[in-house]
Design a protein around this ligand. Sequence first.
Ligand SMILES: Nc1ncnc2c1ncn2[C@@H]1O[C@H](COP(=O)(O)OP(=O)(O)OP(=O)(O)O)[C@@H](O)[C@H]1O
Ligand SMILES: [Mg+2]
Length: 234
Amino acid sequence: MKPLLQAEHITKDYQLGEVTVHALKDVSFEIYEKELIVILGPSGSGKSTTLNILGGIETVTSGSVIYGSLKLNKADPQKLTAYRREHIGFIFQFYNLLPGLTALENIALSAELSNHPLDPGKLLEEVGLADRRDHFPNRLSGGEQQRIAIARALCKNPDLLLCDEPTGALDSRTGVQVLKLLEGFCRSYEKTVVLITHNRDIARIADRVFYFKDGRLEKIETNPDPKKPDEIMW
Ligand SMILES: Nc1ncnc2c1ncn2[C@@H]1O[C@H](COP(=O)(O)OP(=O)(O)OP(=O)(O)O)[C@@H](O)[C@H]1O
Ligand SMILES: [Mg+2]
């Protein structure tokens, strides 16, 4: 099977005055189409840095990241913008909805960035918020805002969905709803999802789990029997 994406010997240094922070140290992996990957690891171990590099919003210090025939580390800014726009969906812990747009408008805006978008109204239904379509973000709860943010990311119909602690600010019941949406997108739309979490139980829904420690990818575990979000207790 051909990987969707390959990271080869990537490093990332941040310069903080006199001090160099080695955020990633010789990290290599492949990600295949339709995979659900969970990234675990202590705070500061390089998880977000890795995700941001995959999404083309950070660059590597050395090594290469290859998506199809595109080498991200060699791509000019225009190509990187096109890569993010056409292929990548991002979901963060905080939702960053545009306050002046309604729930539906926030979702529909991202449809305009894609040449093969999904239907915003249908996604609003799928995230269970059809009755909130004309509400502004400040009238929605945190969990509702996160579901809108997810619908917005899915609406572009990205090939690779990158999620940085998407359930980090949610209670467990709302968190399960969010996980169901992400897992459903992976399994029913046959898309690739990479999800960072601090919660080891969530890792049970993954096909493979990447364990980061101190800037290194310490181990990769394959899960022979990935669970549904409903089946895990947390
Ligand atoms: N913009 C930056 N400037 C300087 N150092 C940075 C920057 N971003 C990250 N770092 C450093 O790089 C290392 C890895 O950070 P990263 O955000 O990838 O960790 P993480 O695994 O996502 O942690 P957390 O679980 O706390 O989100 C840390 O030491 C962090 O302080
Ligand atoms: Mg992080």
